[in-house]
Design a binder for this molecule. Structure first.
Ligand SMILES: Cc1ncc(COP(=O)(O)O)c(C=O)c1O
Length: 377
């Protein structure tokens, strides 16, 4: 089946009791035991397994072409659990990209688990630098995020995975920004994928959840499942239900996000008040060729630098009307954020940069809004 069909059908069945086409929400925390003590219907206690979470996990594994998915309470829960699980068999340094979701840094600095990890940061667009880092000290996990947050830079997954694999590292990819509709990292050599389901997969800014998807069964998958169940960091039934509902429209929504973002990025690139646009769909973008090869569409995230500095960027953000000043991304509603002030001193975002999450509104209205706001500087 093709991805649009998987997105609508995988993990679902007609409810045998009522014939409901949309799956019921199973809020029950506990399930009936048979008189012989067994659980013939497959569920015992909702922390261990739940029908809505199982449906979501089945669908996510099918979308990414993995053997299993494990759904967590947030993207960060999935990221921490994945690093912990992969480390068991892949001891060595955690190799991180220079530009990545900034929440990983406080997790590494402010939790005992994070502080126990030996990390090294590298520009993953520079394959020679990745090779050098791997030669310098044994890599345990290569962590890839592409397109990256907030600079929308592109990493050649197959090339970095080949280098990492040659040095015995596990390859993990945060596929949140691309989604399985645009990019399939397991086919490009990744061992594990993480998602913040909070973003495009939920798609409406009303779900907080995450997931890890594995290419093969093994110790790392067993550990992910153990962390999910025994620490209780799991996607709730309602979040699972909403995320699965979001998946049904994900391919259709991504087509609109792609088209709108390309239109907005093309407009910004020609605007005299704009110094630089970061969008891999533009031929001027450093990662355009790699993105064209490894993605089907360039996604809905656009960052741009205004001429001037923080003051001008803030003025544009303050003047926008359709774009809402808010964090997060991947919803139907367009958002704008000044990442440098959100991320603090370690940010990779210049002070003049605004990050746009391009929503599902009409592209011409988004462009009119930006055009009006850019006149304010
Ligand atoms: C690429 C990426 N990964 C992970 C996360 C974290 O997800 P969550 O907020 O669901 O924990 C984010 C959040 O913005 C993100 O952009």
């Amino acid at each position: 089946m093709r991805i649009e069909t998987i997105a609508v059908h995988s993990g679902r069945s007609i409810d045998p009791t009522t014939g409901a086409v949309s799956a019921p929400l199973h809020l029950s925390t506990t399930f009936e035991r048979h008189s012989d003590g067994s659980f013939p219907r497959g569920f015992e206690y909702s922390r261990d397994d739940n029908p809505n979470r199982r449906s979501l996990e089945t669908c996510l594994a099918a979308l990414e072409g993995g053997v299993a998915a494990v759904a967590f309470s947030s993207g960060m829960a999935a990221i921490s659990a994945s690093i912990e699980a992969l480390q068991i068999e892949h001891k060595g340094r955690l190799v991180l990209p220079r530009d990545m979701y900034f929440g990983i840094r406080p997790m590494l600095a402010e939790t005992a688990f994070g502080r126990s990890i030996d990390t090294v940061v590298v520009d993953m667009a520079d394959l020679a630098a990745v090779e050098a880092v791997c030669r310098a000290a044994k890599p345990g996990i290569i962590w890839i995020e592409t397109p990256s947050n907030p600079l929308v830079s592109v990493v050649d997954i197959a090339a970095v995975a080949a280098i990492g694999r040659a040095h015995g590292a596990a390859i993990a990819v945060d596929n949140t920004w691309a989604t399985p509709v645009l990019q399939q990292p397991l086919q490009l050599g990744a061992d594990l994928i993480v998602h913040s389901l909070t973003k495009y997969i939920g798609g409406h800014s009303d779900v907080m959840a995450g997931a890890a998807i594995v290419r093969e069964h093994g110790t790392h998958h067993d550990e992910l499942r153990a962390i999910q169940r025994h620490r209780g960091v799991l996607a709730s039934p309602f979040d699972s239900w909403l995320a699965l509902r979001g998946i049904a429209t994900l391919p259709a929504r991504m087509a609109v996000h792609n088209a709108n973002a390309l239109a907005v990025a093309s407009f910004l690139e020609t605007h005299p008040a704009v110094a630089k646009v970061h969008y891999p769909g533009l031929p001027s973008h450093a990662g355009h060729e790699v993105a064209t090869r490894q993605m089907r569409g360039y996604g809905g995230m656009v960052s741009f630098e205004v001429r001037g500095g923080e003051r001008e960027a803030m003025l544009v953000a303050a003047t926008l009307g359709i774009f809402t000043r808010a964090t997060s991304l991947g919803g139907n509603h367009s958002l704008v954020e000044h990442r440098a002030s959100v991320e603090g001193p370690e940010t990779t975002a210049p002070p003049s940069l605004l990050r746009l999450s391009i929503g599902l509104e009409n592209a011409a209205d988004l462009i009119d809004d930006l055009s009006r706001a850019l006149r304010s500087i």
